[in-house]
Design a protein around this ligand. Structure first.
Ligand code: IPD
Ligand code: CA
Ligand code: CA
Ligand code: CA
Length: 261
């Protein structure tokens, strides 16, 4: 697939950050860890990855705005375009030596995500999509799963950790969903969860209390793979609310009915 110039900039930045993360992952036991809040960690690996991505993206497109998990936000001269970046999604996995984490880079234009890249360097899986051009993993076109029975389907989510107030809602979601599906997974990297829905590995995903950088790239990747994705509150806004639900087109309504209660 031949991507646009912007997509190529995003992929190049993700690969470069991925190389730095792989190096840090090999010596993860020596990394100093700070805690931003209960259960919310940051390391020099997150910061180094963010700097690499920022230098690449802002070097190539100096007029675009920017928002990233560790470094805050900056308005660009061009108010219509903004990069949305998670330099390391799955920091807790990373710290525990679990090889399931990634880099997420999205481009928003006039409030809509138009391109997204989610890179898993440990598995060398580059998920990417551009509005109207399909979703891909390396050189394979992605398509959501074809399952249409809840009872044969598996779903992913994130579970609240210490200090989070949304435990009761998530427990209620699980109480309604577990009896009617084939399983629920919590792998610990929301951007990869969404890429996996696009790849048909999970049949659906939902999560509360996410941030725009966890989801932005996933939104366009799921849509371009033929999936349906909405804010959990149908009148809401995915990136603004931080609550998302997505699934293949056949399962979406039934799955959403269970989760929305
Ligand atoms: C986290 C992961 C996790 C999700 C958390 C996120 P981080 O991102 O995506 O799966 O459940 O809510 O904060 O902090 O590792 O970038
Ligand atoms: Ca974090
Ligand atoms: Ca994240
Ligand atoms: Ca992160």
């Amino acid at each position: 697939m031949v991507g646009s110039a912007n997509l190529n900039v995003m992929i190049k930045a993700a690969r470069k950050a991925g190389r730095s993360l792989v190096k840090d992952f090999r010596e993860v036991e020596n990394l100093q860890v700070s805690r931003k809040g209960a259960g919310d960690f940051v390391t020099k690996a997150d910061l180094a990855s963010e700097k690499i991505i920022r230098d690449e993206l802002m070097g190539a497109r100096p007029t675009y705005g920017w928002i990233a998990e560790e470094g805050g936000a900056a308005e660009g001269q061009d108010p219509t375009r903004r990069w949305i970046v998670d330099p390391l999604d799955g920091t807790t996995n990373f710290l525990h030596g679990l090889p399931h984490w990634g880099v997420s880079i999205a481009l928003e234009h006039k409030g809509e995500v138009v391109a997204g890249v989610v890179f898993d360097p440990a598995k060398d899986e580059m998920f990417f999509a551009e509005k109207g051009a399909g979703a891909w993993m390396n050189d394979t076109r992605l398509r959501v799963s074809g399952r249409h029975r809840m009872i044969e389907s598996i779903f992913a989510t994130g579970l609240p950790f210490a200090g989070r107030a949304d435990l009761p809602e998530t427990l209620q979601d699980l109480a309604r969903l577990l009896p009617v599906c084939a399983g629920v997974r919590r792998w610990g990297a929301a951007a990869l969860d969404m890429a996996y829905v696009a790849a048909g590995r999970y049949d659906g995903f939902w999560e509360r209390r996410l941030q725009a950088w966890d989801m932005a790239a996933g939104v366009v990747i799921v849509r371009e793979a033929g999936g349906l994705i909405e804010p959990l509150d149908p009148r809401g806004d995915i990136l603004g609310d931080g609550e998302v639900i997505c699934a293949n087109d056949a399962l979406f309504d039934g799955f959403a009915k269970v989760i929305r209660g």
